[in-house]
Design a protein around this ligand. Structure first.
Ligand code: CO
Length: 209
């Protein structure tokens, strides 16, 4: 319980520090949100999105899961995406992976993880498609890190394959989608690839509206 008491006390101290700088801080914040970004990141505790991007409350709508996956049957993610794109009209979506990701490591291992196999299976597909490239890399750590990069590139394509994004590209000429990787060892974000309304979705994944 001591740990929880500490959280509550830290929260009180944080709230009062905000009020000291601006006494209407929470009053104004409570009215509405108008975030510029949707962040889809790994649930890993070492990659807190607002902290590593120095964004304030209200600036970033956030969804996190194991290994930052965009799965087209995930109602949780699709609901977040739909709300962020169609109602909040975010201008940018960031899919952020990170080097040494446990989910990606699990996908490269033959070890069964029970229920988690079914989630990690999505990364196994990316691994399978890119295995010849990854096998050429000497160290195990570098193999994992390359799959982390290839995974975010695959996930931004998965976003581009949703009707939510394609309709927004047609009607709003936004959002821009960025696949990024966070380096735990340096604290630096690397942009791997960006997609926008001019991205040519392959015919099989293209919707008509
Ligand atoms: Co991770």
């Amino acid at each position: 319980m001591e740990k929880i008491k500490k959280l509550i006390l830290e929260n009180k101290a944080w709230a009062s520090s905000k009020i000291q700088l601006d006494e209407k801080y929470f009053e104004n914040m409570a009215e509405d949100q108008n975030p510029e970004y949707l962040w889809i990141g790994c649930a890993d505790s070492r990659v807190p999105p607002s902290e590593i991007t120095n964004t304030d409350p209200g600036e970033m709508f956030v969804h996190r899961n194991i290994a930052n996956l965009v799965v087209h049957t995930d109602m949780n993610l699709l609901s977040v995406l739909s709300y962020a794109v169609e109602h909040l009209k975010v201008r940018h979506i960031i899919v952020c992976g990170h080097y040494n990701c446990g989910g990606v490591k699990a996908a490269m291992s033959p070890k069964s993880l029970g229920m988690l196999n079914n989630w990690v299976r999505n990364i196994k597909d990316v691994y399978s498609v890119n295995k010849s490239e990854i096998d050429l890399i000497k160290s195990n750590v570098d193999q994992v890190n390359r799959l982390v990069e290839l995974n975010v590139i695959d996930q931004i394509k998965n976003l581009a394959h949703t009707s939510i994004i394609q309709q927004a590209w047609k009607e709003q000429k936004q959002p821009y989608i960025h696949g990024m990787v966070y380096d735990l060892k340096t604290g630096i974000l690397k942009n791997m690839q960006s997609l926008g309304p001019d991205y040519a979705v392959d015919e099989a994944h293209r919707y008509e509206f």
